[in-house]
Design a protein around this ligand. Structure first.
Ligand code: C5P
Length: 239
């Protein structure tokens, strides 16, 4: 497979075309951003860690029958994925209170929710990714009601599988964000990444934060936290 011209550059990744129109080449960058790009840093090794962790998790999800865009890892910082049209929604699953949920609704972080909550935010940096209701998604033609139902079902199923994976390595999956896309056949696939950049992961015994909150809230060394996750998942660590 040949890497061709740059198609798109985001905050954390570059996407390149390949010689196959249905495959794109993703390069994970060392950039860290938070608060809609207000806080920025270059963190050496972060691209490798997220690529390794995402590749591992997508492979584990595939073993459980969960379809994603992931094809294979091609280097420490790169992977091949199916080309999809991203549905412009952030699908957020919450098992415990934290982050924007706690802030907006005035509840303490770390409380187990009665059941996993699925929320949708519109992917729009200029608007700060606002929450949207199912009806707003429908009237704005962002996705059809049956697709919204499918996204919720998929998100819940992915949550069940990921919660178990993380429990096996003594990590509590607090919440996470998913993105989905449609491939050339119109099939909805899990896309983007599943990594400590997009999940809140707390040590089950100590509640130590092993995710991007380390960077957002200046809690310590981000690469150490991500290396811990990669190491516990059985991946190739550099420490
Ligand atoms: O900030 P908030 O509490 O809404 O985030 C919920 C989850 O979604 C967190 O795990 C966070 O890392 C993830 N998220 C993300 N990208 C965003 C917003 C949230 O990965 N733009």
């Amino acid at each position: 497979m040949e890497k061709k011209e740059l198609l798109y550059e985001g905050k954390a990744k570059r996407v390149y075309l390949t010689d196959d129109e249905n495959t794109v080449w993703i390069e994970y960058k060392d950039s860290a951003t938070a608060y809609n790009g207000e806080k920025k840093a270059e963190i050496v090794g972060k691209g490798r860690l997220n690529n390794e962790i995402t590749s591992l998790l997508f492979s584990k999800l595939a073993e459980k029958g969960i379809l994603s865009h992931f094809i294979k890892k091609v280097s420490e910082t790169e992977q091949l994925v199916k080309r999809v049209n991203i549905i412009p929604l952030e699908v957020i699953v919450r098992n415990y209170t934290a982050g924007s949920f706690s802030k907006r609704l005035g509840v303490e972080e770390g409380q187990k929710l009665k059941y996993p909550l699925v929320e949708f935010c519109l992917k729009n940096d200029d608007l700060g990714d606002p929450l949207v209701t199912d009806d707003q998604i429908d009237v704005l033609d962002i996705a059809a009601p049956d697709e919204v139902l499918l996204l919720k079902e998929n998100a819940r199923e992915i949550n069940t599988v990921l919660t178990d994976f993380f429990k096996e390595i003594d990590v509590r999956l607090i919440d996470f964000k998913l993105e989905f896309g449609k491939d050339a056949d119109g099939q909805i696939l899990l896309a983007d990444e599943v990594s400590p950049d997009t999940c809140r992961l707390w040590d089950i015994h100590t509640n130590e934060k092993l995710d991007k909150d380390v960077f957002r809230r200046d809690l310590g060394n981000l690469t150490n936290a991500y290396e811990t996750i990669l190491g516990r998942l059985g991946g190739p660590t550099h420490v």
